[in-house]
Each structure stands twice: as C-alpha cells, then as structure tokens.
Design a protein around this ligand. Structure first.
Ligand SMILES: [Zn+2]
Length: 180
C-alpha cells in the first residue's frame, strides 16, 4: 500500500491588510451565519442634491446672436426635481434667447422638440425622490408655458411656423403648377 505524496502547503493569496471593503457591501458580522452577502443595488444619486433615484439627463439649449450662435448642453445625473428645474430653465432661456438669427430661428424649435422627446421623457419616467440628499433640491418653478418668457416666446414661434407654412404652401403651389 502506497501512501500518497505529501501535499505541499498551498500559499494563501496575498491580501492587502489595508484594503477596505466596498461601501455597499453589508458588514458580514451582522448577517446570519452562512448567508452569502448580496451587494446592494447601486442606486444613482442626484449630483445636485444627493437624493435618489436619479437618472442621466441631457438638456440642450440654444442662443441666437444675429450672425453668431451658441449651442448649450447641461448633462448629468439628476433626480426628478432637480432635472425638472434644469429642463424648465433651459427651455425658458432657449424660448427667449434662441430665435435671434436666421439659422437660429429654425434650430431653436428643433432644440425645444429634442428636449421634450429626450430629457422630458426621461424625467417623466423617473419616480419622485425617495431618499434625502445632502442639500435641498433645486426649485422646479412653474411649467415653461406658465412663465411670462414662455408666453412671449409664442410670438416668434408662431412667426417661424407661419414662414414654414408659407414656404411649404408656395412649394406645393409650385409643384402643382409645374404638373399642370
Ligand atoms: Zn436633486
């Protein structure tokens, strides 16, 4: 009968004694014996106020300056309240300052629409904050069209709409005239 060769002692992998456990791992001493610690899901927090849940939001803005223009973008991880405040602020500024240039008059409605389809829909799907942050959230204020700036901006918006409608009408008349 042969005896198995002695197994060499395996060396334990080096562990950094200063390595701290990740913050989201619960303390193993408090768990029931034998339980596998389940890492808590990582909930993104608002970068403005620290409340959660939060989501990545990108809000665009536009400023027309006759011959020059500025494309603005405010993006980050925001809770519903702070995100709504940033969205309304950018939409209001774009409504007031966006139209003042020949190209800007057409870029502005596109910017407003993109914000409605992207940022607004993300914020609509985001539930209201359920945890407190480190500071109060931003004040979302009134909806854009209930602000004076939103109402004033309806004038250039209507003018651009009329111009587009007139161009389309002339184009349609031209196409119909060419066919006759
Ligand atoms: Zn917030």
């Amino acid at each position: 009968m042969t005896t198995p060769p002695p197994v060499p002692p395996t060396q334990a992998p080096y562990q950094n004694p200063y390595q701290s456990a990740p913050y989201r791992t619960p303390h193993p001493a408090y768990g029931p014996p034998g339980a596998v610690p389940v890492p808590a899901p990582i909930v993104p927090l608002c970068q403005v106020c620290g409340a959660g849940p939060a989501a990545r939001v990108s809000v665009r803005g536009h400023q027309g300056m006759i011959v020059m223009m500025r494309f603005l973008r405010h993006q980050g991880v925001f809770c519903k309240t702070c995100g709504t405040a940033i969205f309304r602020g950018m939409q209001t500024d774009t409504l007031m300052l966006g139209w003042w240039g020949p190209l800007s008059a057409f870029i502005t409605p596109v910017t407003l629409l993109v914000n409605l389809l992207s940022a607004r829909s993300v914020l609509n799907d985001l539930p209201a904050p359920t945890t407190w942050g480190w500071r109060p959230p931003l004040d979302p204020g009134k909806p854009v069209l209930r602000r004076p700036a939103g109402l004033i901006a309806l004038v250039p918006m209507a003018l651009v709409g009329l111009i587009v409608a007139a161009v389309l009408t002339l184009f349609a008349i031209g196409v119909v005239g060419a066919l006759i």
